[in-house]
Write a protein that binds this ligand. Sequence first.
Ligand SMILES: Nc1ncnc2c1ncn2[C@@H]1O[C@H](COP(=O)(O)OP(=O)(O)OP(=O)(O)O)[C@@H](O)[C@H]1O
Ligand SMILES: [Mg+2]
Length: 261
Amino acid sequence: MGTPALALSGIELHYGFVRALDGIDFHVEPGEVVGLLGDNGAGKSTLLKVMSGAHRPSHGTIHVHGVEQSFHAPSDAADAGIQMVYQDLSLVEPQDIATNLNLGQETLRRGPLGWLGFVDRKEMRRTSEKELDRLGVRTAPMTRPVEMLSGGQRQVVALARSAIRVNGESQGILLLDEPTAALGYEQTKNVESLIRRMADSGIAIVVVTHDLPLCYEVTDRIVILNRGRKVADLPTAGADRDHIVGWITGSRPSMFAEASA
Ligand SMILES: Nc1ncnc2c1ncn2[C@@H]1O[C@H](COP(=O)(O)OP(=O)(O)OP(=O)(O)O)[C@@H](O)[C@H]1O
Ligand SMILES: [Mg+2]
């Protein structure tokens, strides 16, 4: 085992009196896909938000490729090569697909107009189309406003945006919060193969999902949270489905019971 792409140790986070995360250790290697499972309210989204710099833990450390990091905002995590696709998508609805794909890093026009901050929409559409083709995901014409897309199409745009950004990084880390929750069969398959291809290119991926078949299809390892604690961490290959469900629902004792007792 080399240096993990992302490693968290002893993470604690409270929302008021709610202990959302209780001593979480977690890591993901370059090129590895880790499935983060757990029932509603288990702490999955909260843990991803700690990894993405959206929430600051009250205790614990975060290392990115072996270097300790302290994130004060998602932009700090982005600077460290971490991209997150949120469960509640963050798209600008009246803007078109190309603009949303380039949000925050718009291509400016060449020459004086660019110096004045004018955006080159034609160029952005052209490169966006190329990127989406390369990723193998196509949703709708680039000029269509996001508010006119279906929930599933929006999900694909949000995923593609992060995929494009993280692809520019040789050591990128991609965090996905229920990326296929709103998707039909074919788009789910597209997202599965996109996740696999990105991991094969060396990107470390953490995917939160309630979809066990997807988990078996794309992940290398499964980590399960139950009420803010890590209760299981095991390779996907050979993982028993009934055991997984038992850890998710809490009917099966934690793999780490002795360690935390
Ligand atoms: N902003 C918040 N303020 C207060 N409590 C919160 C907040 N966000 C989450 N919580 C609480 O923290 C706990 C973990 O929530 P989290 O959203 O991480 O769960 P989850 O595992 O992502 O669940 P789901 O599968 O439903 O998305 C829950 O008890 C939840 O009620
Ligand atoms: Mg969640």
